[in-house]
Design a protein around this ligand. Structure first.
Ligand code: GDP
Ligand code: MG
Length: 726
């Protein structure tokens, strides 16, 4: 046999240091996925220790196991169904009392629990001394002090976990919550019946089952009905009767009484375990909060941070972006020279490299953006930002927390939609996912720059700003609309937690940054690659387009004519002639390319859809560009360049001249910008919506809604503008 396997689950309150501990324990041997059926992230890692093969699972952070939020349900189901050998409860030692509720609930579940009193350094700095031995004895739980971010105590923690798993534990009576007499009597009665009627099936402890039934736990009730049918009904009926009995006795729901009694139990423990807090401790967090969450200056400071973040993202990110761009065009040039003229070359250069290249260049910006966001999160500032935005977000019917994904949407919608995972309520999450695409992502900017730069030269900045604001206004309108129709109802009550400020750890910043960014090169590279190849194929086929003239013959003729001149010219003139020749040949090639695309499936598609775009003032070429923009918004610009046969080598404003020559009006440019801002999100975003909502229906709805709004508003802009005489 191989090594013995043990499953160790890390549980604990949010911000107690679970992920930090998990990262230190497992290093790079991690597997990140989702819990089945829900959008909560699941992290797993495997390590070897003392001859054991340890599977370590990072459970979602929760304050309790009461199945209200998805996180709580996921954590509880894992403990119930997978029965990990040991559960390590990561406890914020500077906040012991708050952590104990979860701990007592795990105790009731008959899990083998081990306490990691983490943040031992913070506790010490605050003068909090916990008598670990007493705590351990009171709850009959091994206790280890740890400092997750300094990697202290973690070896000891694992050793204790293994020892606990090996310990057969027979006969040891765990100290559990003792409820008051009436409740204990009801538990006893129900427990007996549970053992009697459900025994053949029951996968859970009988006491726990009885307690949960008295608390009217819907999930458990459904499981019993599904699991044993009629026999279960008898148990459920008795439970209901006992609940009635307790309700009249206490004049309150049993679950409320039992929760109170659990807290009473915890208060008792806290009294027993001497916790000495030195008197005059300085609370840094509170002093900082006096400034940062101040009613008057908090907001300007926040705006400044956001501004600085974007500034950093775009200015600092510009350098590596340029290196990447020149790297890619270098590769492009090299391949263009080396490869023989063929369809494969066309595919490589104009399909793969053009498509993937146009997205890869955004990687530095994305990395910087997510580094800043990790910095906000790890220092604790993000919670303050959510706190500040809370009142404004309520206008849309959302909490301040939804602001974070929306903010990230200005960078890229994909990670923004993934960031909605932090939201507790399913409806909030859905609503946030649906309005995030209105945040104009950085990939749309090149399109605005080209169109606004060309047609509104002096006022380009203002026009682009107005486009961004339009997106924000529409997200507010959409939010209100959906909140009062599709996603009506109460959102889960939610306490805005303000965790203490912390000095972030570089390693954890980098891990957080990479966690979010890695999707980009990996998955999105795949989607973009496939999409670009499809766009390319649609524009490269059919090959037998009837050209208006024989381009190859013209190219040959021009080359030959120049060759004669070059041969005859003096050495100094040669270079000039060569350059002239190259330019003339390029122009012919572009014209051929444009005719090729016009005759291709893409061109046919464009003309098929032309009636759709005509009322918006957009010609078939614009239409094709917009359709291909589904792959990635940057592609709108490159498609326009292909269709208008732009000479890239002749300078930056070549596309501008081409658009003007082709007779595009400013009003049409404006309508196109509005359309680009609002219409269906890019392929990667659509995939993210599908994954995060877990529903094709919502994905289709999002696409349809966005595109109709885009068309409607672009129509209003164009036709309205015409009426007003622009
Ligand atoms: P989780 O929500 O439980 O996963 O918490 P994290 O692992 O993300 O930790 C929250 C923050 O606490 C991070 O900034 C960590 O660097 C920090 N942290 C974790 N463990 C310790 C510790 O023992 N001492 C101190 N001072 N900070 C810690
Ligand atoms: Mg975590």
């Amino acid at each position: 046999m191989n090594k013995k396997q043990l499953t160790i689950a890390l549980a604990g309150n949010p911000n107690s240091g679970k992920t930090t501990t998990f990262n230190v324990l497992t290093g790079t041997r991690q597997k990140v996925g989702n819990w089945p059926g829900v959008t909560v992230e699941k992290k797993e890692g495997r390590i070897g220790k003392d001859g054991y093969d340890l599977r370590i699972v990072d459970l979602p952070g929760t304050y309790s196991l009461t199945p209200f939020s998805i996180e709580e349900i996921v954590a509880r189901d894992f403990l119930l169904d997978e029965r990990p050998d040991v559960v390590i409860d990561i406890i914020d030692a500077s906040n012991l009392e708050r952590s104990l509720y979860l701990a007592t609930q795990m105790r009731e579940l008959d899990c083998k629990v081990l306490f990691a009193l983490n943040m031992a350094d913070v506790a010490q700095a605050r003068g909090i001394k916990i008598d670990a031995q007493k705590l351990s004895a009171l709850l009959n739980v091994p206790v280890v002090f740890t400092v997750g971010n300094k990697q202290k105590g973690l070896d000891e923690l694992l050793a204790q976990a293994i020892a606990l798993a090996r310990d057969d534990d027979a006969g040891v009576v765990h100290r559990k919550v003792q409820y008051s007499k009436d409740i204990e009597a009801a538990i006893g009665e129900l427990q007996a019946q549970v053992e009697n009627d459900l025994d053949a099936w029951l996968p859970y402890g009988s006491r726990w089952t009885a307690i949960k039934l008295l608390e009217n736990d819907d999930i458990l009730k459904t499981r019993i009905t599904d699991g044993v049918g009629a026999q279960g009904q008898a148990v459920l009926a008795s439970a209901e009767k006992l609940r009635q009995h307790l309700t009249t006795r206490f004049d309150d729901d049993p679950e409320i009484v039992m929760t109170d009694e659990r807290y009473g139990f915890i208060t008792g423990i806290i009294k027993e375990v001497p916790i000495i807090t030195s008197q005059q401790r300085v609370d840094f967090s509170r002093s900082i909060d006096l400034v940062l969450t101040n009613r008057f200056i908090g907001f300007p400071i926040f705006i400044f941070f956001i501004w600085a973040m974007f500034q950093l993202t775009f200015t600092l990110g510009d350098y590596p972006m340029q290196w990447l761009e020149s790297g890619i065009s270098g590769i492009h040039g090299l391949l263009a020279r080396l490869l023989p003229e063929s369809l494969l070359k066309d595919l490589l250069l104009n399909g793969v490299l053009a498509g993937v290249g146009s997205v890869i260049v955004f990687l530095p910006n994305i990395l910087i953006l997510f580094f800043c966001i990790a910095l906000f999160e790890d220092t604790g500032y993000m919670s303050r930002a959510a706190f500040l935005m809370d009142r404004i977000m309520h206008l849309i019917g959302l909490h301040g927390k939804s602001f974070i994904p929306m903010l990230m949407g200005f960078g890229c919608n994909v990670p923004a939609i993934m960031a909605t995972r932090t939201l507790e309520s399913e409806k909030d999450r859905l609503l946030t996912i649906l309005i995030t695409p209105f945040m104009s992502c950085s990939a749309k900017l090149p399109v605005y720059l080209v169109l606004a730069g060309t047609f509104f030269a002096a006022r380009a900045g203002t026009v682009i700003f107005a486009v961004y604001v339009t997106g924000i206004i529409l997200s507010v309108v959409t939010g209100r609309l959906f909140r009062s129709t599709l996603l009506k109802g109460m959102d889960a009550p939610f306490v805005m937690e303000l965790p203490p400020y912390r000095v972030p750890m570089l390693k954890s910043l980098l891990i957080h940054m990479w966690d979010r960014s890695k999707l980009f090169p990996r998955k999105m590279g795949g989607i973009i690659l496939v999409g670009s190849v499809i766009v390319w194929a649609l524009s490269a086929f059919p090959r037998d387009v009837a050209f208006s003239r024989d381009f190859q013959a013209d190219i040959d003729r021009v080359s030959k004519a120049y060759q004669l001149k070059i041969d005859a010219a003096a050495a100094i003139d040669r270079e000039q002639f060569q350059a002239d020749r190259d330019r003339a040949v390029r122009q012919l090639e572009r014209a051929r390319n444009a005719e090729q695309v016009a005759g291709s499936y893409m061109g046919q598609l464009g003309r098929l859809f032309a009636p759709v775009f005509e009322p918006l003032g957009i010609d078939w070429r614009g239409g094709v560009a917009l359709i291909s923009g589904f792959v990635a918004k940057e592609i709108v610009v490159s498609t326009l360049a292909v269709l208008y046969a732009v000479d890239r080598a002749s300078g930056g404003d070549a596309l501008a001249r081409a658009l003007k020559t082709a007779g595009m009006e400013p009003l049409a440019a404006l309508s196109m910008m509005v359309f680009v801002l609002l219409y269906l999100p890019c392929l990667a975003t659509v995939a993210a919506i599908r994954r995060e909502t877990g529903s094709t229906g919502w994905m289709v709805f999002g696409i349809a809604y966005n595109t109709s709004v885009a068309w409607g508003l672009a129509f209003v802009v164009y036709q309205g503008g015409k009426l007003l005489g622009y």
